[in-house]
Design a protein around this ligand. Structure first.
Ligand SMILES: [Fe+2]
Length: 230
């Protein structure tokens, strides 16, 4: 099985490793089954026959979600495979990927189709990139893409590990990569507001796209990981 149950009505799938500026980045997507049975897919990984079979058995893929403008690598193949699905753009992605038809750009408010089951806000404050963050209410799971990267040190070779430590993306001390953190220089108040919203959701666990998920004690991890905001 490629889909792994994370909690009731929420699954993860680890995709292939992609090259990100010379670093092997593992990838992970999250699938939520909404109460009517429709599937909501966050940051789709590379699609293959087996994964498609498992998803189709589970329900109908209706929502495809790009959380930030660098999470779009496999979107077009999903749009082709699920032509009836609604594809939602993260801020700035629609102009970057004009080859993809997006239903709309995600906003600070959850869409009416998932408002009762998934909370949503945008982590504002950086001119470089904004990430839309989500919270699956019933499983108390926060879903992030790049705001926390938390790689096991064994994922990298010696020199990669040294750089990754400086960038701040090694577990158990994973955080927002330093180059992105710096870009919040003038936007810390907006970042703090988003962090407060995430903490207010009282998450128990955090699914992230790159590295080790945070299982339990999510608020403590968030406070530590986002210490740079205050
Ligand atoms: Fe990423």
């Amino acid at each position: 099985m490629q889909l792994k149950k994370f909690d009731d009505n929420i699954w993860i799938c680890d995709g292939k490793t992609v090259n990100f500026y010379g670093f092997p980045y593992s990838t992970r997507m999250t699938v939520i089954q909404l109460s009517q049975g429709d599937l909501w897919v966050h940051s789709p990984v590379e699609l293959n026959e087996q994964l498609k079979k498992e998803l189709d058995k589970l329900g109908k893929v209706v929502f495809l979600i790009s959380p930030n403008k660098i999470h779009h690598l496999f979107l077009s193949e999903w749009v082709s495979a699920y032509s009836d699905a609604n594809c939602y753009a993260s801020p700035g992605l629609a102009s970057k990927r004009q080859d993809i038809h997006f239903t709309k750009e995600l906003t600070l408010q959850p869409e009416k189709e998932w408002v009762n089951e998934i909370e949503q806000t945008i982590f504002l404050g950086s001119p470089a990139m904004e990430e839309v963050v989500f919270f699956h209410i019933s499983s108390k799971t926060l879903i992030l893409a790049d705001l926390i990267e938390n790689f096991n040190p064994t994922a990298f070779n010696c020199w990669q590990k040294k750089i990754a430590r400086v960038v701040g993306i090694l577990s158990p001390n994973g955080k927002t990569p330093v180059d992105w953190r710096i870009s919040f220089f003038l936007g810390k108040k907006k970042a703090q507001k988003a962090l407060d919203i995430m903490l207010g959701w009282k998450p128990e666990n955090i699914i992230i796209s790159h590295g080790e998920c945070i299982l339990g004690n999510a608020p403590e991890f968030l406070e530590k990981s986002f210490g740079w905001v205050s």
